[in-house]
Design a protein around this ligand. Structure first.
Ligand SMILES: Cc1cc2nc3c(=O)[nH]c(=O)nc-3n(C[C@H](O)[C@H](O)[C@H](O)COP(=O)(O)O)c2cc1C
Length: 205
């Protein structure tokens, strides 16, 4: 089948398949600290890495949610790794609490101090990336209209890694069981990885 986005047949496809196709998406579990000290934690699956040297990650907020506002005003955020073991607390932190409500407390999570940013990280998470905001992009549609989504990009200036997840000098992704978001109410978990070397001869990165 094919359909132009605006013409989806809602009998055949009652739910938008977009997020089920752009899947699985890593979850950036974003912690921030506002300038007045309010703490925030929420999951974002419009999240990814965009560059490796320097490492850059970004998350997109559909509407000006607390994470985007606090990151913009403080210039900092932390991307914590959401894992299968932490799926319950991760989901709790997505509830629509009033601005400035500390979701760490609600979800029973421990705030650990960061080294290079003022926001706390999730102590229970196997990895966390301390980030400094490098760009805030107001996302536009093809017509040039603002969509209301805001992409916050940050340079990773510090890494926290729980050393129990290191194996032969590598971060053991499969052992950490990262959670990923699919469409509808679905999630995926990484439990297995395989290696495949790239072909030789390319001149790219
Ligand atoms: C797994 C998961 C992924 C989510 N991803 C996004 C996202 O990419 N963008 C977004 O705007 N909201 C996303 N949400 C919803 C936000 O987490 C939710 O609106 C939250 O209340 C925002 O909190 P904040 O205002 O404290 O930042 C997601 C929710 C869950 C459970």
């Amino acid at each position: 089948m094919f359909y132009a986005t605006a013409d989806r047949d809602r009998t055949k496809l009652p739910h938008d398949p977009f997020k089920a196709i752009v899947a699985p998406r890593p979850i950036g579990w974003i912690s921030t600290r506002a300038l007045d000290g309010r703490i925030n934690l929420a999951p974002y699956s419009f999240f990814n890495g965009f560059s490796s040297a320097p490492p850059i990650v970004g998350f997109s907020s559909e509407g000006r949610k607390d994470s985007a506002c606090f990151a913009r005003e403080s210039g900092e955020f932390v991307a914590n790794l959401a894992t299968q073991d932490l799926r319950g607390p991760m989901n709790e932190t997505s509830a629509p609490f009033p601005r400035g409500y500390n979701e760490f407390v609600r979800a029973g999570l421990t705030m650990a101090k960061c080294r290079l940013v003022a926001a706390p990280r999730v102590a229970e998470s196997p990895a966390a990336l301390e980030c400094k905001v490098v760009d805030v992009v107001e996302i536009k549609s093809a017509s040039g209209a603002l969509t209301g989504a805001v992409l916050t990009l940050g340079e990773v200036v510090g890494f926290h890694i729980d050393e129990r997840f290191l194996l032969d000098g590598r971060f053991d992704t499969a052992r950490a069981h990262p959670l990923a978001r699919c469409g509808y109410q679905d999630y995926a978990v990484v439990e297995e990885v395989f290696a495949m070397a790239r072909p030789k001869g390319g001149g790219d990165v």
